[in-house]
Design a protein around this ligand. Structure first.
Ligand SMILES: CC(C)(COP(=O)(O)OP(=O)(O)OC[C@H]1O[C@@H](n2cnc3c(N)ncnc32)[C@H](O)[C@@H]1OP(=O)(O)O)[C@@H](O)C(=O)NCCC(=O)NCCS
Length: 180
């Protein structure tokens, strides 16, 4: 049955709860896509909260019965992916007239997977990016994420192997969706 979560902006005081949710989601929902050593390196560097988005009010959470069921956001900033701990962040803001808004860090609690929580957060992000004047969305998808984004109208280009440091690589898929 599809869930009907409440979508609201994430708060700074729930960052540690979100980090815990992200780690739990990544470990449970990436089975068969990434191995444990990749996840150990990814959590906290490429998978995790980007505090700038929380401060911007563009990182959203889905709550069901007052409990966190998922999180994800959009951004007018240039950084395409990654948590606070990522080394190669890109400073600066996007221009809605020419640039695509970024879709960032979607993670759903395993017990709520495949119940429409990711879709509900993405719908809210898409509406907000559209209202801010953006004409397209882009993101760097994980392999589990690619399946959802493709179902929701995003198109992928060739996968990339991202170097997370310490000898760990991870496969991601750049994706994009034009907004009508
Ligand atoms: C990717 C993720 C956010 C999807 O969240 P979700 O709430 O389960 O997604 P939804 O229920 O809204 O799925 C919408 C549609 O996407 C597709 N989809 C989602 N997960 C899928 C899967 N595991 N396999 C195949 N299709 C899938 C389906 O078409 C689904 O519709 P359906 O359930 O009616 O068939 C979730 O799996 C997750 O948190 N994964 C681990 C973290 C991660 O990699 N996040 C992505 C970062 S880019």
């Amino acid at each position: 049955m599809t869930a009907s979560p409440t979508i609201r902006p994430a708060r700074l005081d729930e960052r540690s709860a979100l980090e815990a949710l992200i780690a739990r989601s990544a470990r449970a929902l990436s089975v068969g896509d990434y191995d444990e050593a990749q996840l150990d390196r990814a959590i906290g560097t490429v998978f995790g909260v980007d505090t700038e988005l929380v401060e911007d009010g563009t990182y959203l959470v889905a709550e069901i019965g007052g409990v966190l069921a998922g999180c994800g956001g959009w951004s007018r900033r240039k950084t395409l992916f990654g948590a606070d701990g990522r080394r190669d962040r890109e400073p600066g803001f996007l221009d809605p007239a020419v640039d695509a808004a970024k879709i960032r860090a979607f993670f759903v609690a395993p017990e709520w997977a495949r119940r429409g929580v990711g879709t509900a957060i993405l719908d809210a992000c898409e509406a907000a990016a559209r209202a801010a004047g953006f004409k397209a969305l882009e993101l760097m998808a994980t392999l589990p994420g690619e399946r959802m984004y493709r179902a929701l109208g995003f198109k992928g280009s060739d996968p990339i192997e991202y170097d997370m440091g310490e000898g760990r690589m991870i496969r991601f898929v750049p994706m994009r969706k034009d907004l009508e």
